[in-house]
Design a protein around this ligand. Structure first.
Ligand code: HC0
Ligand code: SF4
Length: 580
């Protein structure tokens, strides 16, 4: 360890620390724009380009960037000297002078770190007037909107896409005023290897990267008297949307969210948890089928890969097109919900599917891309009409003058509103597999599973593996989250699957859906992911029914409509195919 003095206070820190880290130990938060570190996500962005963290070090002529300057014994540092403050202010002013000044109408307003910093530093006027030199057209994709005029070259998106997700869709180009982050050949993200996970959006400090805003379309549908508007809410939204209304991360607001959607004018508010249980029935049956096949014929498409995460499926299609026989053919819960709503439920209501509008509230930007897939529509009519991220849903609620925190609780509607504890854990990494194992175990063993928690599959470790013995079969399971880890496991599988994996769960976003690209921003604090996870497990624990096959509404649906999992009708509505 070494001793340093920062702003007049001493601290002993490991000698490998930077000034920024040492200051943190004293509770001094030196502002940063480009630097970001997320422990759970294993994400570090440290290009030292923004220079906002400059501090004064005694004996050195130049100011030093705190994020990139290692401490030395007896160093004396001032983070708030006049010189440091003025330099910091000048740097931010320079950035703003080359930034569109449309904070009033920017989608990121009040969530923008640059805006916040300008306020913290008391910048009230831009002396360096001049027009913004970096003018770029707004690129509006189905999932993600890019406005590179607002890019400050912090490179967080690039680091996230290339180092954590290992997709490689983004890279910095040009120099000086002309510098920005581009896709290959300046293509729209959708025409590149981008999978739409939105993790770049999640770390962007300004309005350069945003989800594409679909709130106006939903408002139009809600106002149309001829439309029956049906909402579904994803598992991970209920433990996060409260943050948008100032509640503690991990506050469970499931039933307030239902009330809010009803106040907006929804005709029905249903739960994606319902169709998550349905997914377990379809996917679990497929898993049992492939395992049996393997035992009997020594040959089968193994490991079976989960198919509910659209970012992951896009990744499979672009990166591993020769392995597309492995994913389960089950649609995601969002997709299954749309099909059940527009086929079964519309028929029950005796309305045309064209007059039903299905709106999903999802923690995810890639769900917007999933909703426009060919396999999720009948002729021109999509099963899911619009997808709003958790952030967009909150915006819609605020717009409608609904005081979220004082809302009373409401229950989901029947019959697509019933979900189990197994369904809610879909929202965290390891949850889909745990839910599947609960059902597969009881189906094959024909006896009650006493301990429902599969602890080795829980937690934030990037790759988790466990062997579970079910009816004499040793099932080798793995769980990965974050596409970089998905790539690791896919390489293992491609190279002969030496560990003989039978089933693998993949979620594109670190932490699973609770860390989705459409969730309330973490602003660098990833303890929020732990809090959301804890809340998801709390909900599971408190549910009366915690296994998908015991969901009574699902049992009814099979009895009245689909007959049995993987039936012909189930294949028509609930299964999909992949694009090479
Ligand atoms: Fe997820 Fe899902 S669990 S992907 O993370 O499977 O988005 O929350 O809705 O569809 O259920 C997201 C979350 C879902 C789906 C479910 C799955
Ligand atoms: Fe990369 Fe995901 Fe952003 Fe696409 S959405 S550019 S894959 S981080």
């Amino acid at each position: 360890n070494v001793n340093v003095t920062i702003d007049g206070r001493s601290v002993s820190v490991p000698k490998t620390s930077t000034i920024l880290e040492a200051a943190k130990q004293l509770g001094i938060n030196i502002p940063t724009l480009c630097y970001m570190h997320l422990e759970t996500t294993d994400f570090t962005c440290k290009p030292a380009t923004c220079r906002v963290c400059v501090v004064e070090v005694e004996g050195r002529r130049n100011l030093c960037p705190a994020c990139a300057t290692p401490v030395m014994d007896n160093m004396v540092i001032k983070t708030n000297s006049m010189r440091a403050l003025e330099a910091r202010k000048a740097i931010v002013e320079l950035m703003i002078s080359d930034h569109p000044q449309d904070c009033l109408t920017c989608n990121k307003s009040t969530d923008c770190r640059l805006q916040e910093l300008a306020n913290e530093l008391g910048i009230r006027r831009i002396h360096l007037s001049g027009t913004s030199k970096s003018v770029h057209p707004l690129m509006k994709g189905i999932a993600i909107e890019r406005d590179m005029s607002k890019c400050i070259m912090c490179r967080r998106c690039e680091e996230m896409c290339n180092k954590v997700q290992k997709v490689g869709a983004l890279s910095g180009v040009n120099r000086g005023f002309e510098a920005y982050v581009a896709t290959a050949f300046e293509e729209e993200l959708e025409n590149t290897v981008c999978v739409g996970c939105g993790q770049c959006v999640a770390v962007c400090p300004t309005g350069a990267l945003m989800e594409t805003d679909d709130t106006a379309k939903v408002i139009r549908a809600l106002k149309d008297p001829n439309k029956t508007v049906v909402f579904q809410t994803a598992p991970a939204t209920r433990v996060a949307i409260g943050e948008e209304f100032g509640l503690e991360p991990g506050t469970i607001v499931t039933n307030k969210m239902v009330t809010a959607l009803k106040r907006l004018g929804a005709d029905y508010v249903f739960d994606t948890n319902f169709s998550a249980d349905l997914t377990i029935m379809e996917e679990g049956t497929e898993l049992i089928g492939r395992l049996t096949d393997y035992i009997e014929n020594k040959k089968a498409d193994l490991p079976i890969l989960t198919s509910c995460c659209p970012g992951w499926i896009n990744f499979m299609e672009t990166q591993y097109p020769d392995q597309l026989h492995l994913p389960s053919t089950a649609k995601s819960p969002q997709g299954m919900f749309g099909a059940v709503a527009k086929n079964y439920f519309a028929e029950k209501l005796d309305i045309d599917r064209e007059n039903m509008v299905v709106v999903s509230i999802m923690p995810c930007t890639a769900k917007k891309l999933e909703a426009v897939r060919d396999s999720l529509r009948v002729k021109d009519n999509p099963d899911v009409d619009y997808v709003l991220t958790t952030r967009e849903a909150a915006r819609l609620i605020k717009m409608a003058n609904i005081d979220f925190n004082s809302l009373e609780d409401s229950n989901y509607d029947d019959p697509l509103g019933e979900g189990t504890g197994a369904a809610v854990i879909f929202g965290v990494t390891g949850g889909v597999l745990e839910a599947a194992l609960r059902t597969v175990y009881e189906t094959l063993e024909k006896k009650e599973l006493k301990k429902l928690e599969f602890v080795p599959l829980r937690g934030f470790q990037g790759v988790k593996k466990a062997t579970v013995t079910i009816a004499g079969i040793e099932v080798n399971a793995a769980v990965v989250h974050g596409l970089g880890n998905a790539r690791t496991i896919m390489e293992e599988i491609k190279n002969g699957n030496k560990e003989n994996l039978h089933v693998v769960e993949v979620m594109a976003c670190p932490g699973g859906c609770i860390g989705g690209g459409g969730q309330p921003y973490l602003h660098g604090d990833d303890t929020i992911l732990e809090k959301r996870t804890k809340a998801i497990y709390e909900i599971d624990h408190s549910e009366r029914i915690r296994k998908s096959h015991e969901n009574e509404a699902i049992q009814e649906l099979y009895k009245n409509y689909y007959q049995e999992p993987n039936s012909e009708l189930a294949h028509r509505d609930l299964h999909t195919h992949f694009k090479k």
